[in-house]
Design a binder for this molecule. Structure first.
Ligand SMILES: COc1nc(N)nc2c1ncn2[C@H]1C[C@H](O)[C@@H](COP(=O)(O)OP(=O)(O)OP(=O)(O)O)O1
Length: 180
């Protein structure tokens, strides 16, 4: 079983040029990446990746976001937003910790792994993303929490990103342990 993370940096569009903007404006843009290699290549997703040994999920989300798009994040500024279990042919394939943050340093920059893009939350390109994303990501981008199980079926040794999405269970408004 793979343990992995996804991180969704968010900002308010109006905090840029709009003189009437307030720091309290709700975040309405999310930083997505177009994945350039590996699992989910060519699709949009949040920055993220697999945990390295002895790394916590928060440390992984911080490291992957820095490596993929160059943003600096304090682990304490990550808000746990979800836990997703992906099953392939009935076996647990990936357990994914989802984080959201509005606190980060720097400007996103492309890397060998990812091309970053700020996207208004109403324009998230779900037709160019993992099929499960449209079920849980809107809730995460609204500031809520999710816990879900998503089941995929594949022929032979087909990888997860070529498998067929079959069904799911999803719970919203869940609580996570402090520090999770
Ligand atoms: C099955 O549905 C999925 N949906 C979404 N949105 N994201 C998923 C799904 N399955 C896996 N993922 C995420 C989890 C990780 O963030 C990435 C895959 O990461 P990758 O395998 O590329 O891991 P890295 O550590 O970055 O890769 P390297 O080994 O190349 O360093 O997809």
């Amino acid at each position: 079983m793979i343990e992995a993370t996804l991180c969704f940096p968010m900002r308010s569009r109006s905090n840029g040029d709009d003189p009437t903007a307030s720091a309290d404006d709700a975040p309405d843009e999310v930083l997505l990446i177009e994945k350039r290699r590996g699992l989910g290549e060519g699709w949009y997703n949040g920055p993220g990746g697999k945990l390295e040994s002895a790394e916590t999920p928060r440390e992984c989300a911080v490291r992957e976001t820095r490596e993929e798009v160059g943003l600096g994040i304090d682990p304490a500024d990550l808000e746990k937003a979800g836990e997703l279990r992906f099953l392939l042919n009935g076996e647990e394939h990936t357990f994914c910790h989802v984080f959201r943050t509005t606190e980060f340093d720097g400007e996103p920059a492309a890397s060998a792994e990812a091309r970053p893009e700020w996207v208004p939350v109403e324009d998230v390109p779900y037709d160019q993303m993992w099929e499960d994303d449209r079920l849980w990501l809107p809730t995460v981008l609204e500031g809520e929490t999710v816990r879900g199980e998503f089941r995929f079926e594949a022929e032979g040794d087909e990888p997860l990103d070529e498998a067929e999405f079959v069904d799911h269970d999803l719970e919203t408004g869940v609580s996570f342990e402090a520090g999770d």
